[in-house]
Design a protein around this ligand. Structure first.
Ligand SMILES: [Zn+2]
Length: 249
């Protein structure tokens, strides 16, 4: 073997390792029987970021999931189903564009989803009561709570934290007319004390931003991990995230 051939061989091995690491191919795919949760925020024709995915990309991701045989569930349904390939699409914060851009696509694929509302969040263009009512009536959308003002519960004293948690449950129930059963920790921040407040408020589940796929949601119903999406992920990275729980961007 010539030196050139050996160097060429080494170069291709290195290139392969770089590619495998970029796509986290060394992680093993989790079994199809393990439920998945995907986390989104804004769906808009704006720059793709960790917070925003374009409608065209979201459309393609839903189409791919449907074609792969995934069953779209709300988060509360995901906790009780034993169906393989169950997946919950989630949106945090309650962006008005979830109605304008995501909801038509969810209807197109008859895909259920869960939206976590922070009813008094100040920084975004929020869903209106009429939009929430229409989505609730469609039977496709579950509304969860995400604190009243989108506060970091780890930096909040126990009593105000309790008010933020209970207040958001009550406000979401007033908006939808049905029980609000699931909570999403703002900024993904929580402690053992926060979990106890969520449990005491009467929620039956809570989702985090821990990037993982686990076998049994009910075993950790108040610290459920989610697969986070990024607006700039390509289809290979999306596939890796859905099959492994995370991707490297
Ligand atoms: Zn949030």
């Amino acid at each position: 073997m010539s030196l050139g051939v050996i160097l060429g061989y080494i170069a291709s091995v290195v290139a392969g390792l770089v590619l495998a690491n970029r796509y986290q191919l060394w992680r093993l795919a989790k079994p199809a029987t393990w439920p998945r949760l995907l986390m989104y925020h804004s769906i808009a024709n704006e720059a793709p970021t960790g917070m925003n995915t374009t409608p065209a990309k979201f459309d393609a991701q839903l189409a791919w999931l449907k074609q792969q045989g995934y069953i779209f569930c709300t988060v509360s349904e995901l906790l009780t189903t034993s169906q393989p390939k169950a997946i919950a699409i989630t949106f945090d914060d309650g962006f008005a564009n979830n109605y304008h851009n995501a909801f038509p696509l969810l209807k197109k694929y008859q895909a259920k989803a869960t939206i976590y509302l922070a009813p008094e969040i100040a920084t975004i263009d929020k869903l209106t009561t009429a939009q929430i009512t229409e989505m609730q009536d469609s039977g496709l959308i579950e509304f969860g709570a995400h604190s009243v003002t989108h506060i970091n519960l780890l930096q909040t004293a126990a009593e105000p934290a309790r008010q933020e948690i209970i207040g958001s449950k009550q406000q979401v129930e007033a908006l939808t007319g049905v029980a609000c059963r699931s909570f999403a920790y703002p900024f993904g921040r929580f402690s053992d004390e926060t979990v106890e407040l969520i449990r005491a408020a009467g929620f039956s589940s809570a989702v985090t931003t821990k990037k993982k796929i686990i076998a049994n949601l009910t075993a950790q119903a108040f610290t459920i991990p989610r697969i986070s999406t990024h607006g700039a992920m390509d289809s290979m990275q999306f596939y890796i995230a859905v099959s492994r729980g995370r991707y490297k961007f």
